[in-house]
Design a protein around this ligand. Structure first.
Ligand code: ADP
Ligand code: MG
Ligand code: MG
Ligand code: MG
Length: 417
């Protein structure tokens, strides 16, 4: 079927179109008349179907030749499915068990058949409901350290990394979305921007007139564009993570490309801080003081687990062309290796604070908002949560070189809240 013209699947056509797919038949049962199909895509870009048969279930994710959220006025290449598939295979190799199992990939139809995660729910939803997941900090911290370290020149053979870099360099259009939507649009009157209005009009005008902020946002964009350090997930927010109390799975890496390690970490932490500032809007069903404390603890633990695992990999798997052991450990200079590690982690820390600040802004001022704030029906209440988050984001982006610890960041968050 790979040679057929692309055609979007529908709930009605899926059993016929995929009825002869061996991987799917093996997983869910051969009797296609028993297949039940639902479309559950709640993302901004793609179709996602759950297909249940007599002996199991699977997810079929298909790209569309345009942005789902906007419609066919905004074309977007089908090849994002190719990048998502290849990113998933690398993430599974580098951080086993962290992503859904892949059953089949069809490049021509831009579709991936994968494990149906159940009873997992989207992390963002769980946090809005006020659920405290016990393992997310550890699981996500490990995922980030393993994928980011093992996809870089710290670990890979230079030749392999360059080949991979070339492969993902073609993910131009999705990268372009990040470059514009994240780093630039929030700071001028871009066409697709929106914000809670009129409540936030004043602060929006202030941020767009804030020279220090705009320069810092562009410096961060420069770091993002010019540092092909490792294979990023590229869209690692709480809507790209599915959880149960005991399991954590990362999904949706279609934005994958080679960029700075700090980008994934910063985006992820920003989503915990946004959840923190949104809790005030979800208190109708009870106080969220414990939830707020939990969220700040999650940021502390995520960064701590990340650093511990990254440091462990630095000491045990530093096999690439950077900071070679021949210069340090092999000359009995273990201190040199630790010194270099501290430099790398410190730079990452400074940059991730900036990326976090900018990510918060674009989720409140840009095109793609998040449900943490959007589901707060009372607009004044929503705007007051958003205003605090904007203030926090600005502080992080502009003062990132003067902030020393995650406790300090969380102290600021509590102060602003
Ligand atoms: P998009 O790229 O359009 O954002 P996602 O990959 O994020 O698409 O998927 C959209 C939604 O589909 C997710 O929020 C989740 O609810 C559901 N989903 C995606 N993949 C799976 C999966 N493997 N198992 C269960 N549900 C999934
Ligand atoms: Mg998604
Ligand atoms: Mg998305
Ligand atoms: Mg996506």
């Amino acid at each position: 079927t790979g040679k057929l013209q692309f055609e979007a699947l529908s709930v009605e056509t899926l059993p016929t179109r995929l009825g002869d797919n061996e991987a799917l038949r093996a997983k869910i049962g051969k009797d296609t008349s028993a297949w039940k199909v639902r479309e559950v895509g709640d993302g901004n870009l793609n179709l996602v179907f759950i297909v249940e048969g007599a002996s199991g279930a699977a997810v079929v994710k298909q790209a569309l030749p345009y942005v789902r959220l906007v419609g066919d006025s905004w074309p977007l290449p089908l090849k994002r499915s190719f990048f998502e598939y290849h990113a998933l295979t690398r993430q599974e190799a580098r951080a086993p068990g962290s992503v859904p199992a892949i059953y089949h990939f069809d490049e021509g139809q831009a579709l991936i058949i994968m494990e149906y995660l159940s009873p997992h729910i989207i992390l963002r939803r769980a946090l809005i409901e006020g659920r405290q997941l016990p393992n997310i900090a550890r699981d996500i911290g490990l995922f980030m350290a393993r994928t980011l370290f093992r996809g870089s020149d710290l670990h890979m053979a230079a030749k392999d990394r360059k080949a991979d870099l070339a492969l993902f360099a073609d993910n131009v259009e999705l990268c372009d979305i990040t470059e514009n939507l994240v780093f630039s649009d929030p700071y001028f009157d871009a066409r697709m921007n929106r914000h809670t209005s009129p409540q936030l009009d004043g602060i929006v005008a202030e941020l767009r007139a804030d020279r220090d902020l705009k320069v810092e946002a562009q410096r961060l964009k420069h770091i993002f564009a010019a540092n092909a350090e490792t294979l990023l997930h590229g869209d690692l927010h709480s809507g790209s993570i599915m959880v149960t109390d005991s399991q954590t799975r990362m999904i949706d890496p279609e934005f994958a490309f080679y960029g700075p390690m700090a980008f994934d970490v910063g985006m992820l932490l920003a989503n915990f801080w946004m959840s923190f500032f949104s809790q005030r809007g979800h208190e109708q069903i009870g106080k969220r003081d414990a939830m707020r404390a939990y969220l700040l603890e999650v940021t502390v633990e995520t960064w701590s687990v990340f650093r511990a695992e990254f440091s462990h990999l630095w000491r045990t798997e530093r096999t690439g062309m950077l900071y070679q052991k021949s210069l340090f450990e092999n000359q009995d200079d273990r201190l040199g290796a630790e010194q270099a590690l501290d430099h790398v982690l410190h730079q990452m820390w400074t940059d991730l604070l900036g990326f976090a600040g900018i990510e918060i802004h674009r989720r409140i001022l840009g095109l793609a908002h998040n449900a943490d704030f959007e589901t707060i029906a009372d607009e004044d209440l929503r705007a007051s949560c958003e205003a605090k988050a904007l203030k926090f984001g600005r502080h992080l982006a502009v003062n990132r070189r003067q902030i020393h610890s995650i406790d300090e960041v969380n102290h600021l968050a509590a102060l602003i809240e």
